[in-house]
Write a protein that binds this ligand. Structure first.
Ligand code: OAD
Length: 276
């Protein structure tokens, strides 16, 4: 990684200076932080929505309709998404953010990602605004359960194995989201689809973290999806200094005091402890 005097080192020093004077730094992350872990982002060339139009695949009633008329397309989508999630491991960005939380440099992470990589890296104070693919939720009693990676692997393998008629697909999907052990209600993935509200508890916690932050690191998000995209603006209005880490400019760029134009994993690897 770049030596002394290279532009990345300049940005590293700038960020260190800012963090040095901070008492309540918070990170707000999006799909870009997991891009170097092998999970495609949503927008832009090669993004998930390029291959799977969001009006169909990110909208639960439309997905249910697609399931009825073209179950094989739902199976391909689910297996494609699961494959990249299951193969992914935390990259230096997830790891350094987790280290900073342990060291008291960072208060927490507000994320739009559902991939669980912040938790796998060791972050503990996480607001998951759009849920988590490794969790299911009962539609009747609201009870939640975290699923093992192993169960998702099994689901993925069975998805690849089925010649997907509706019945076979339903059987595979209901082994992922079996009936609620408390009330017998139906369970669904605990992720937010288009048109659905954000989980109130996570949202309120995120508002608290953001409004009290003195530095908000905005990493790997286009900040186009509301209400999550309000977080940087809210933090700014409450007096936080904004640092953006993203190879491309976004709607947050005009708010940023420091903009780091590098991929997050590559940039954060500059903060990882070196083994000599
Ligand atoms: P997007 O796909 O909209 O944006 C990804 C951002 O990451 C872009 O600004 C890229 O420039 C940037 N990026 C790409 N590679 C990067 C890297 N290696 N390091 C840093 N940045 C990188 O993803 P989000 O902003 O997360 O919601 O999208 C927000 C929401 O839209 C998602 O949570 C999802 C989606 O629809 C729901 O599904 C509810």
């Amino acid at each position: 990684m770049g030596g002394k005097g290279c532009p990345e080192q300049y940005f590293r020093e700038k960020l260190e200076e800012l963090l040095h004077s901070s008492h309540h730094a918070v990170a707000f992350t999006g799909a870009g932080v997991s891009q170097e872990s092998g999970i495609p982002t949503f927008r832009g060339k090669g993004g998930l929505w390029d291959r799977y139009p969001p009006f169909l695949y990110a909208n639960l009633p439309m997905l249910a309709l697609l399931f009825l008329i073209r179950p094989s397309r739902v199976a391909v989508f689910a297996s494609d998404v699961l494959a990249s999630l299951l193969e992914a491991a935390p990259n230096p960005c997830h790891k350094v953010l987790a280290d900073w939380e342990r060291l008291g440099i960072l208060r927490g992470v507000i994320t739009q990602n559902v991939d669980d990589l912040h938790e796998m890296a060791g972050s503990r104070n996480i607001c998951e605004l759009h849920g988590n693919v490794y969790r299911v939720r009962c539609v009747r009693c609201g009870g939640k359960e975290k699923l093992s990676r192993h169960l998702l692997w099994e689901t993925w393998e069975r998805l690849r194995g089925v010649r997907p008629g509706r019945r076979e697909l339903l059987r595979v999907l209901s082994s992922y989201a079996s009936r609620c052990p408390y009330c017998g209600g139906r369970r669904r993935p605990d992720v937010v689809f288009f048109g659905e509200g954000l989980p109130a508890e996570e949202w309120n916690k995120a508002l608290g973290l953001a409004s009290e932050s003195d530095i908000l690191l905005v990493v790997g998000t286009s900040a186009l999806v509301y209400p999550a995209a309000m977080i940087p603006r809210l933090a700014r209005e409450s007096g936080a200094r904004i640092v953006e880490i993203n190879p491309e400019p976004t709607s947050v760029t005009p708010l940023a005091e420091l903009r780091v134009p590098y991929p997050a994993g590559r940039f954060f690897s500059l903060f990882e402890p070196r083994v000599s």
